[in-house]
Design a binder for this molecule. Sequence first.
Ligand SMILES: NC(=O)c1ccc[n+]([C@@H]2O[C@H](COP(=O)([O-])OP(=O)(O)OC[C@H]3O[C@@H](n4cnc5c(N)ncnc54)[C@H](OP(=O)(O)O)[C@@H]3O)[C@@H](O)[C@H]2O)c1
Length: 253
Amino acid sequence: MTGMEQWKGKICLITGASSGIGEETARRLAGHGVRVAIAARRGERLETLKGEIEAQGGEALALTTDLRDEESITAMFAALREQWGAADVLINNAGLGWEGSLIEGKNADWREMLEVNVLALSICMREAIAQMRGKPDARIVNIASSLARRVPAGRGVGFYSATKYAVRALNDGMRDELMIEGSPIKVSLVSPGLTATGFHASFYRDAERAQDAYRKSQPMQPSDVTDAICFVLSAPPHIVFDDLIFRSMGQVY
Ligand SMILES: NC(=O)c1ccc[n+]([C@@H]2O[C@H](COP(=O)([O-])OP(=O)(O)OC[C@H]3O[C@@H](n4cnc5c(N)ncnc54)[C@H](OP(=O)(O)O)[C@@H]3O)[C@@H](O)[C@H]2O)c1
């Protein structure tokens, strides 16, 4: 079976599902009949999304998780296994950025970006793979960024970019390790450009500056990124997408 049909009734764990790209992807996959395990810190938002999915006839499992806390990650995987079983798909989507120069950046901001974007993503890949062993087909989709390949000057994205370069390296390294050992588990990178979500109000610590950025450079919508994730997941079992990089026609940098 190919296309999204192949995931009907299967289990997909989506991190960062309380907002933006993760939330939209959970909604879409549930519409395709995928059982979505949705994780983030804001449990009340997860419960609202779960209610919405269930009202549409879908299945959702809310897993309140702080990805900066290793015990919380372990608990998330344990709860998934106990309540539903092993994940067939992991969408490693949670992530954040804080604006700041490399010359004057703050340790606390750097630490949080590293812990969520890099360390938690690595732990989630490792733990998901441990659960996926023995499955004939399983996938991991890591969300990087168009900034995983370049660092536009003067935008305060230096450290955030560095974490996304790391995501690209981790994605490629894991994909190749699995291919060398003949594992059927496929690992793909999705690298979107500017997308209108909660990301930028947080990045600038200022909602008005986020709106200003969107006025200057027309962003994509979360559903555009979900389209790309579904495209990657729709590949037949003998194909693995390495990296899908895309942005809106209105993005000027
Ligand atoms: N928006 C863009 O322009 C853009 C472009 C390229 C790539 N990306 C990437 O796309 C991914 C999704 O971002 P988005 O744009 O959808 O942003 P968003 O709306 O801000 O969503 C980020 C998600 O990450 C979760 N998260 C952050 N810290 C967490 C933690 N400590 N523990 C658990 N969950 C945590 C948030 O949940 P809680 O706050 O509830 O924990 C939220 O659900 C990120 O990896 C981002 O780097 C975004």
